[in-house]
Design a protein around this ligand. Sequence first.
Ligand SMILES: N[C@@H](CCC[C@H](N)C(=O)O)C(=O)O
Length: 303
Amino acid sequence: MDNRVEFAKMNGLGNKILVVDMRGRSDRVTPQAAIALARDPQTSFDQIMAIHDPKVAGTFAYIDIINCDGTLAQACGNGTRCVVQALSVETGQKAFTFQTLAGILNAVEHEDGSISVDMGAPVFDWKLIPLSEEFHDTSRIELQIGPIDAPVLHSPAVMSMGNPHAVFWVDRDPMSFDLERFGPLLENHPLFPQKANITLAQVTSKTSMVTRTWERGAGLTLACGSAACAAGVSAVRTGRTERKVTITVASSPNRQTLDIEWRERDGHVIMTGAAEWEWAGRLDPATGAWERDALNDNEASVS
Ligand SMILES: N[C@@H](CCC[C@H](N)C(=O)O)C(=O)O
């Protein structure tokens, strides 16, 4: 029997996403399938966004978010925009409500093709981020890396956007830091019992920042939407910027931007940006065996 489902290879500012259509089925994309797809250079991804039938009334779908190491994530901003674009092409609908591990998300595609996702309200309570030690003020915690008297990175703001984030302030382009070296040390620091996404953020004006992220479960990605939200919120919390900022994601192709607003009226974070469709195919969610759809172009290939 053909066990394959449709998928689309997409990206959000270079963050590599596979949108997998699991509607009408009761199985999940297995961690083994995810790891096999991640290792294949053609399907290599940072996150899988697996669209399942809704579990609660009023939502369009339940979305499983799977990192390339096979672990589940609670939130993925760039991936959510990709899901909206794929579903908008399929259905003609422009507004969607999804459920993820983090809760209910509303998203809308605008006339110009950009997509806004209401990422919900940030969480600052140390127990819920979670941290393994009590910190009354999570806008600046004691954590540093590098020599004790001249740390390379220190005093991050920490928070949850559904998933755990630490934002380190830097005073030069985040691309000039050895994040490949520091990222894994900080992601796996004992202070973060569920690990953390690690972001370097350079504030360039009251309304602009530059970021770069080491992602929990995915490593050095080209972009991370929830991290941009965390950076935007943390900058407001510490008096560095206004509530609306344009974030240049330094590692994304052509240094693309996301607009982040930490909305005053309900405390929700609204992320607006692009999503890009690349190609489509079919895959087996149990094994990760896949085939590229020949209708998309003339370069069909089989794994
Ligand atoms: N790329 C994502 C974040 C994905 C989840 C993250 N790696 C985690 O495990 O928390 C985004 O755009 O937000």
